[in-house]
Design a protein around this ligand. Structure first.
Ligand SMILES: CC(C)(COP(=O)(O)OP(=O)(O)OC[C@H]1O[C@@H](n2cnc3c(N)ncnc32)[C@H](O)[C@@H]1OP(=O)(O)O)[C@@H](O)C(=O)NCCC(=O)NCCS
Length: 403
């Protein structure tokens, strides 16, 4: 009987990442299809990596939380065909709510590590105009009848209010100050031209306004003030602490990334921005889902043998300011630590749910490029129904110096 060839484990590199600018739900991208957004990103990735022969792509995984209509029909496959990839390139779809694109990356990377794939395309999209959160949901009645979860667990803003209850020292003032910093850092990053290189402008159309072009994130509010934030309503609870200003909003957008085995990237002359070190997902109580990044990060650190002190840069998704603060507080990191979200985050640019994991990775790749003294960085995010996800990366621009 033939013996299988020796099994190998290979290193995975993040070759490149791109995204559409994020739109405000109901606005610039409202009349553009979700699958067209993914295609735009994939074509841009192929355009700027011309040495990648499309037929070398072994698989395409695209995440969406609401897999209906233009986000349904196995969007990984439909987007591959619409992009014009050879028909021999397969595709599939992924759902882990907000961590969909993150899971597309970890799943494809696992296949590359296991020597089954050489190159893969990961993506994520959420068109919250066309697919409002919870569209078509048919939750088992057992969840509430058997008190498997509290009703709060189903409304993300309520889970953020619950976090404020659980950690009273994470006050509204701290959440507002954090949110304001996200806006300021985003404005500074745009000013410095750090964010634009990974954006793919998208033609927009509106029955009312005609054609246009979206070339920057639509929802940024660079003129945010602490006074303005303090005066906002708390839509999730009377006299609560969570507002439109210290939460991410409702957005439309898509992201994509090329992943490759390191040796294949070398063979094809592809850029190598960062190397995957390890990853973990973890579950927490659904009623405080925002705390998910704490155990997923603890787990990823333990698996990789690193400590939090080894991490030089952090890209933390800002679903809600309080949830980032809970993460920082747990690890003894200051609210305004410059290693955290140096280009701002989702509070300022938006959070089209399943797409955001790759936005974090593209940001980290750029952070690494600007910071050659940084060796390790992590991307982490909270996930609905009580989960967290963390991916640790190594900077391939690292110059060996200590930070
Ligand atoms: C919080 C939320 C309900 C607000 O929705 P919304 O009311 O449509 O948001 P808007 O953008 O219209 O903002 C509401 C108000 O706050 C104001 N505002 C928002 N951000 C502001 C800022 N940074 N500074 C000053 N004002 C601000 C808006 O101008 C608006 O004012 P108006 O009512 O006078 O027009 C919505 O964004 C939400 O549900 N976010 C969470 C999304 C989520 O759960 N994602 C998943 C995470 S796990």
């Amino acid at each position: 009987m033939a013996q299988p060839s020796a099994r190998r484990v290979r290193d995975v590199v993040f070759v490149d990442g791109a995204r559409t600018p994020f739109g405000k739900a109901g606005s610039a991208l409202a009349e553009t299809r979700a699958d067209d957004l993914v295609v735009k990103v994939f074509r841009e990735l192929l355009r700027r990596n011309p040495t990648l022969p499309p037929e070398r792509i072994d698989d395409v995984a695209v995440a969406a939380t609401t897999q209906i209509g233009d986000q349904g029909m196995t969007i990984g496959r439909t987007a591959a065909l619409l992009t014009g990839l050879p028909r021999s390139v397969p595709g599939y779809s992924v759902d882990r709510m907000c961590a969909g694109a993150m899971t597309a990356v970890t799943t494809l990377s696992s296949a590359i590590m296991a020597d089954q794939y050489d190159v893969a395309l990961a993506g994520g999209v959420e068109h919250m105009s066309r697919h409002p959160m919870g569209e078509g949901m048919d939750l088992s009645p057992r969840f509430l009848a058997e008190r498997l979860v509290d009703t709060d667990a189903l409304i993300m803003g309520n889970t953020a209010e619950n976090l404020h209850d659980r950690f009273p020292h994470l006050t509204k003032e701290r959440a507002d100050a954090y949110a304001m910093a996200s806006q300021t850092k985003t404005a500074a990053a745009y000013e410095a031209g750090w964010i634009q290189p990974d954006l793919v402008p998208v033609a927009t159309r509106s029955a009312e306004l005609g054609w246009g072009l979206l070339s920057a994130d639509e929802v940024m509010r660079p003129n945010t003030t602490l006074e303005g934030l303090a005066a906002l309503k708390t839509p999730f609870r009377p006299h609560g602490r969570v507002t439109a200003g210290n939460s991410s909003g409702l957005n439309d957008g898509a992201t994509g990334a090329i992943l490759a085995a390191e040796e294949v990237a070398d063979e094809l002359g592809l850029s190598k921005k960062m190397r995957l070190v390890g990853f973990a997902f973890a579950g927490v109580e659904p009623e405080v889902m925002g705390v998910g990044p704490v155990p997923s990060t603890e787990k990823a650190l333990a698996r990789t043998g690193l400590s939090i002190d080894d991490i030089d840069l952090f890209e933390v998704n800002e679903a809600f300011a309080v949830q980032v603060l809970a993460f920082l507080d747990h690890f003894g990191i200051a609210d305004d630590d410059p290693r955290v979200n140096p280009m701002g985050g989702a509070i300022a640019v938006g959070h089209p749910l399943a797409s955001s994991g790759i936005r974090l990775m593209s940001y980290l790749a750029r952070d690494f490029e600007r910071t050659p003294s940084a060796k390790y960085g992590l991307t982490t995010m909270c996930i609905g129904l009580g989960m967290g996800g963390t991916v640790i990366w190594e900077n391939l621009n690292h110059d060996g110096s200590a930070r």
